[in-house]
Write a protein that binds this ligand. Sequence first.
Ligand SMILES: NC(=O)c1ccc[n+]([C@@H]2O[C@H](COP(=O)([O-])OP(=O)(O)OC[C@H]3O[C@@H](n4cnc5c(N)ncnc54)[C@H](O)[C@@H]3O)[C@@H](O)[C@H]2O)c1
Length: 271
Amino acid sequence: MSLVLVTGAAGRIGTVLRGGLPERGWALRSLDVVPLPDVRPGEEQVVADAGDLVAMVDATEGASAVVHLAGISGESTWPAIRSTNIESTFCALEAARLTGVSRVVLASSNHATGYTPRPDGGLLREVDAPPRPDTYYGVSKVAMEALGSLYVDRYGLDVVCLRIGSAFAEPTTTRQLATWLSPADTVSLVDAALTAPSPGFSVIWGVSANTRNWWDLTAARALGYEPQDDAEVYAEALIEALGTPDPADPVHARVGGEYTLAEFDAENFQA
Ligand SMILES: NC(=O)c1ccc[n+]([C@@H]2O[C@H](COP(=O)([O-])OP(=O)(O)OC[C@H]3O[C@@H](n4cnc5c(N)ncnc54)[C@H](O)[C@@H]3O)[C@@H](O)[C@H]2O)c1
């Protein structure tokens, strides 16, 4: 079994991966700033701050790969986003470099390119969605992708950035009928990112095989991701409860959805 360090392991996605990666042949070293609610047989737990380089070097030693999820997973104040998200991404990559770990999977986000409009027709490829962050949070994911690119070009690491849509147990908004990433597909996506031969620097969308997808999964499939789930099974109930989505509404017409609206202005996120 290959050992993978998962940071942010106590969170939503970390919990899903801790359930699914061992079945795919991965042994877990699970790091979070808070203790795990349960430690599973064979799992190593590390309670540490992912923004502490010394602790991250210790935690990365002996691993074959790193999955970096730790951080603030939504909009916050600039000091909090800067010091937690950007610093911890640097530490994850720098610890990998210092310990000779060549594969790092980074939890980026659709919010790295949130102001990108929906194309007139067809699917949106990652290459047609350059950095266009919708929030300070989105800026931290742009920085994440930039740091990943640096560590590939300068140090020869393989870094796969996952522009995750909405990774929840099930979709709860009509936007998520297009952006949902199911728990089972989350495991498949991360496993593909961990095992794809020599991906170099890759940026791929992270969504399920949703009928309403408008983000192109060609690049993700090329790395071996085979999504199985489709949010459409929740469509009837969500539309009945919340109304038919209006394609012209920015929530549906921009990659970042709600995060592009005025309620995410800086006034609402002051230190
Ligand atoms: N869930 C989604 O829909 C989604 C979408 C896009 C991107 N992402 C990204 O995926 C990652 C995981 O998301 P999630 O939904 O599981 O978030 P979450 O908030 O449930 O989990 C984040 C975890 O990181 C830990 N953490 C925070 N700061 C830390 C630090 N300094 N050191 C160590 N651990 C720290 C927290 O304790 C928490 O357990 C995040 O980076 C998030 O931005 C998630």
